[in-house]
Write a protein that binds this ligand. Structure first.
Ligand SMILES: *[C@@H]1O[C@H](CO)[C@@H](O)[C@H](O)[C@H]1NC(C)=O
Ligand SMILES: *[C@@H]1O[C@H](CO)[C@@H](O)[C@H](O)[C@H]1NC(C)=O
Ligand SMILES: *[C@@H]1O[C@H](CO)[C@@H](O)[C@H](O)[C@H]1NC(C)=O
Ligand SMILES: *[C@@H]1O[C@H](CO)[C@@H](O)[C@H](O)[C@H]1NC(C)=O
Length: 966
């Protein structure tokens, strides 16, 4: 057979699966079609000429044609259908959806490497973008508009981007709220290698997160299995909008055809991408008691199995194509391994959870040993340290899917850097941001891009990182991630520039359908309509590389006793527990104000003439220009184990947990069941999250002893800039308040039991001779001398605590200082909290329904006009904000700024700063600083602490008698 040479089944040459599928496909598609044709002809020839004088005759099986077609199809790799962008309607179009013409928009299209911005219109019809730009001349559109068949939206110059694409989510599989019996559904414990599992099979359509994530502009997400397994299974891409069918299947975007219908053929359409989750490192190790060596052997064993099957298939097809049917049997296949065989055939986008240099190196060797490409490495906290390793990957360089500042939660993440995105981009690697929802709430995935931009990722790449590049990573960039003709009608109209802090959708369209029924749009100042001019972090970035992710962070004291800050635009100072604007530069002094500090104490400030520093300016005074920046109070952090735990998942790096008398006996040597532990006794200083927070203007923290349930202990306040406990001013106040928690905590007895314990402790008047810490401090709480901070989220528990407060007050005649921390549902009791004079600390500052006790969130704009913070402030409740995890302490400045921005002017800058300084301090019993009169101050260059345009350059500490300069 003359065609044999050509037909002879060629084991696939390395499928050149680039991150962008377009360049691959056309030639391959044609080759595949050609092969199919020849194969069919070959069979036809055999059938027609049974006795023909070929060297050998083989009985031709009945299914020969389909077998040969199948063999030919093995050559195919996924690609979008030809002329996809010319489609008239989307396969996801919902009948009855009205066309939409968005006028007067500023459209970031994703084109030209993320630099193309078109002013004009966007026209959406049949679930597809039908035009972008100046569409006034389009007669078809004009006619439809005239007939009233188009809904017209005036964007009034607003920014419009493609919908946000999340390339790593557990939406639906790791559902919220978490339920003991039902979730999470994203990890199987059946073994380290499970390529046959499908995330689709666990996809809950009732996850509370869908509408919340849409409210953040997320339109498409890849739902990955968890990372408990080396090979966790197949992943599926969904759109987040609700469907008429209400099924998981109806959420899918371009699933492989056989997912929908095993007997469905593709009708000549090219293959669609499959997705597969892999994981290296600690997670699969932890679950199966494996070492890294075991995990990689598991990978190699699995891939070897897949390779054997693939080789058998290829050998089978080589014979089939030659007509050597005798004894050939059936096409070799195996349902459990077929997906992994497809990986080897270049038809699967492998998404790999992989952190450290060692893991990345292992993975890239695996990809070369078995010759399969990797779409992206996820988390990949050390990728920026080993870009060349990634470039060695088989086929094409994987993209890197990261968090912006979420790091140090385990060893693998310890070298994670805020500069990673920029460094990776500088090395020519593709960077995308991901949520790992619900690890980060994907509602705020855009915030990840904003932070990456703040720390140096260029604007075009930052936006691409959550749109077009993310779409490339999941193989859907032919239809999502861009705003171009023929793309899916998924877009977001923003209330500000998308890289401006707090950018919030004014409307979100998915498949051309508006998703927010009654959007609450905040009117923002014009400054927010431009991307922020971010500070320069070149030096910090270089240090990060030099020190392999662990640059020295300890503050350096100013070289002189005196420091003169010049060119200050505003000075905000704390006075007796409140904040005031102490000075604002007027047009009289265009050079800005000055502040002279000696040994950490402010000598004078104001116009240069008001602050007689002239004599002092000499070699003994360091002059620091703030470029129109600001002096403001240092912030306070609360809510995370900051100061008690360096690496969350490493018990050896922390203080450990207290005994809980409601769960088990407390050792006698401690003095009994009601022994209170002092957090101050476990303090650790100079941790990386602490120092990074310090460098971001968070100068101190109040931390309660680490606990898992009801019993916490005595909080303490301490400096985040100190090297150790014995340093001057390191511990600010040994005991601040008494902390307990009321809620559902695993083995804990009922909520009512916890309340009963609290009642008994508060009403037990200490014996005169009872000098225990515990009796003393509960008595102090009962008599109003120190606050009690109760962690609680549910409105029902908070209401019970308000009643308990009254009950105890009636008995003691004193008034109790009660603070509720957590407080997700506190907004339901705004009036009652105000009347009872109970303060609230929101932890975290933006709510999420992680557990049942938190389901009744007040989500804020665009879903509700008020946020939980603005609503409680409007009721005159004292409000503070906290963070759940140590890494996020550094972001407090942005959290409080965001609260002010989304309140549309109802929260002033001073009030925003107070949320994480004076208010918070008061709510937590931090009285020492107020007594001192002048707490830590923070100097920012380029703007105030609440802005993406400023950078913290120094901390002025009277307590520590020093100025630290960064
Ligand atoms: C895309 O933009 C980045 C950053 O602005 C730049 O470094 C890169 O060279 C650009 N790529 C192309 C292909 O123009
Ligand atoms: C599955 O696909 C086959 C072949 O295209 C078709 O005949 C059948 O109706 C489909 N079944 C469903 C449930 O869609
Ligand atoms: C103060 O800062 C602004 C903004 O950076 C700058 O334009 C101005 O020149 C500075 N003035 C002095 C006196 O340094
Ligand atoms: C909050 O306090 C302000 C100023 O004291 C007062 O005008 C306002 O009525 C109070 N709001 C509520 C809801 O009590």
């Amino acid at each position: 057979m003359g065609a044999d040479a050509e037909l002879g089944y060629l084991p696939t040459t390395a499928p050149d699966v680039a991150v962008n599928p377009h360049p691959v496909s056309k030639r391959r598609k044609r080759t595949a079609k050609f092969l199919t044709l020849l194969a069919v002809l070959a069979v036809a020839q055999l059938l027609l000429l049974p006795g023909s004088p070929t060297e050998q005759t083989h009985p031709v099986p009945q299914n020969a044609a389909s077998t040969l077609a199948r063999c030919a199809s093995l050559q195919e790799v996924p690609s979008p259908p030809r002329d996809f962008l010319k489609r008239a309607a989307s396969d996801r179009f919902v009948e009855g959806t009205q066309a939409v013409l968005i006028r007067n928009a500023k459209v970031w299209t994703g084109g030209e490497n993320g630099t193309e911005v078109l002013s004009g219109d966007v026209y959406l019809d049949k679930g597809v973008v039908k035009g972008v730009g100046h569409l006034g001349g389009n007669l078809d559109i004009q006619a439809l508009v005239a007939k009233g068949k188009v809904s017209i939206v005036d964007a009034k110059g607003a920014w419009v981007t493609p919908g946000i694409v999340d390339p790593h989510s557990h939406l639906g599989d790791g559902s919220s709220p978490y339920m003991d019996g039902a979730s999470p559904d994203d990890n199987s414990r059946k073994g380290p290698i499970l390529p046959w599992l499908r995330s689709l099979d666990g996809l809950n359509t009732h996850d509370d997160s869908y509408p919340l994530s849409i409210a953040g502009g997320v339109t498409t997400a890849l739902v990955l299995p968890g990372s408990a397994n080396a090979i966790g299974g197949q992943a599926f891409t969904i759109k987040l909008r609700p469907t008429k069918e209400r099924s998981p299947t109806s959420l899918l975007v371009e699933p492989p055809y056989d997912i929908l219908n095993a007997s469905a053929s593709q009708h000549g359409a090219p293959l669609r991408w499959r997705q597969m989750k892999h994981a290296c490192g600690e997670n699969p190790s932890r679950v199966y008691g494996n070492s890294r060596m075991d995990t990689f052997w598991a990978f190699r064993e699995a891939y070897n199995k897949a390779r054997e099957i693939k080789n058998e298939q290829d050998a089978f097809c080589a014979k089939a194509v030659k007509g050597q049917w005798t004894g050939l049997g059936d096409f070799p296949e195996n349902l459990q391994w077929e997906a992994l065989v497809d990986v080897l055939r270049g038809r699967v986008r492998v998404q790999t959870h992989c952190y450290e240099a060692v893991d990345l190196d292992d993975l890239i060797r695996l990809s070369n040993e078995f010759q399969f490409p990797i779409a992206a490495v996820h988390h990949a906290h050390e990728a920026y340290l080993v870009p060349d390793v990634l470039k060695r990957a088989y086929g094409s360089t994987p993209a890197v899917a990261i968090f912006a500042t979420n790091a140090r939660y385990k060893r693998e993440a310890y070298r994670g850097s805020e500069f990673a995105a920029r460094i990776l981009a500088d090395n020519g690697l593709k960077v995308v941001m991901k949520s790992d929802h619900p690890v980060l709430n994907s509602r705020y995935l855009l915030y990840e891009a904003q932070q990456a931009h703040y720390y140096g990722l260029p604007e075009n790449l930052a936006l691409a990182a959550v749109t077009s590049h993310a779409a490339q990573v999941i193989g859907l960039d032919h239809r999502v991630g861009y705003l171009k003709e023929g793309y899916d009608a998924d877009l977001v109209v923003w209330d500000s520039h998308p890289l401006a802090l707090g950018a919030t959708p004014a409307q979100v369209y998915i498949d051309g359908i508006p998703q927010i029924a009654d959007p609450q749009v905040v009117h923002k100042p014009s400054a927010y309509q431009k991307p922020p001019k971010v500070p320069n972090f070149d030096e910090e970035t270089a240090e990060t590389i030099k020190y392999e992710g662990l640059p020295p962070l300890l503050p350096k004291k100013a070289p002189t006793d005196g420091v003169l800050f010049v060119n200050i635009s505003k000075i905000f100072l704390p006075r007796e527990g409140t904040l005031l604007e102490a000075y604002a530069t007027s047009s009289v002094d265009p050079d800005g104000a000055v502040m002279l500090v000696m040994n950490g104490s402010v000598q004078c400030y104001g116009a240069a003439s008001d602050c007689p520093h002239k004599g002092a300016v000499s070699e003994v005074v360091e002059v620091v220009g703030l470029g129109g920046g600001t002096i403001q109070p240092g912030l306070l952090s609360y809510g995370s184990p900051l100061g008690l735990q360096e690496i969350e998942a490493e018990s050896t790096t922390g203080d450990g947990r207290v005994f809980d008398p409601l769960v088990g006996p407390v050792p006698k040597v401690l003095g009994g069941d009601d022994t209170l532990i002092r957090a101050v006794d476990g303090l650790q200083f100079a941790g990386r999250s602490a120092l990074l927070a310090y460098r971001a203007g968070v100068t101190k923290a109040i931390t309660a002893p680490s606990h898992r349930g009801f019993w916490a202990g005595l909080g303490t306040s301490f400096s985040l800039g100190a090297l150790h406990k014995l340093e001057e001013g390191a511990v600010i106040q040994e005991v601040t308040a008494l902390h307990v928690a009321v809620g559902h905590f695993g083995r804990q007895p009922s909520v009512s039991t916890q309340i009963a314990a609290l009642r008994k402790l508060l009403l037990a008047l200490p014996d005169d001779d009872d000098l225990s810490i515990s009796a003393n401090h509960f008595a102090k709480v009962a008599t109003g001398k120190i606050p009690i901070v109760v962690e609680a989220h549910s409105a029902d528990i908070i209401a019970t605590l308000i009643l308990l407060k009254k009950e105890v007050e009636e008995k003691t005649g004193a008034s109790i200082q009660l603070t509720i921390a957590g407080a997700t549902e506190a907004h339901l009791l705004a009036k009652e909290l105000a009347e009872a004079k109970v303060g609230v600390i929101f932890v975290p500052s933006r709510p999420f329904p992680a557990v049942w006790e938190q389901v009744r969130v007040l989500p804020g704009p665009p879903l509700t006009e008020e946020s939980q913070i603005s609503l409680l402030l409007a009721h005159n409740v004292t409000v503070g904000v906290g963070v759940e995890e140590s890494w996020s302490a550094r972001n407090t400045r942005f959290d409080v700024a965001w609260a002010a921005i989304e309140a549309g002017g109802r929260i002033s800058k001073l009030e925003a700063l107070a949320l994480a300084s004076t208010n918070l301090e008061k709510l937590l019993g931090g009285t020492a600083e107020v007594a001192l009169g002048m707490p830590d101050l923070v100097a920012t260059a380029g703007g105030d602490l609440l802005s993406f345009e400023s950078k913290v350059v120094g901390v002025i500490s009277a307590r520590r008698q020093a100025v630290d300069l960064f």
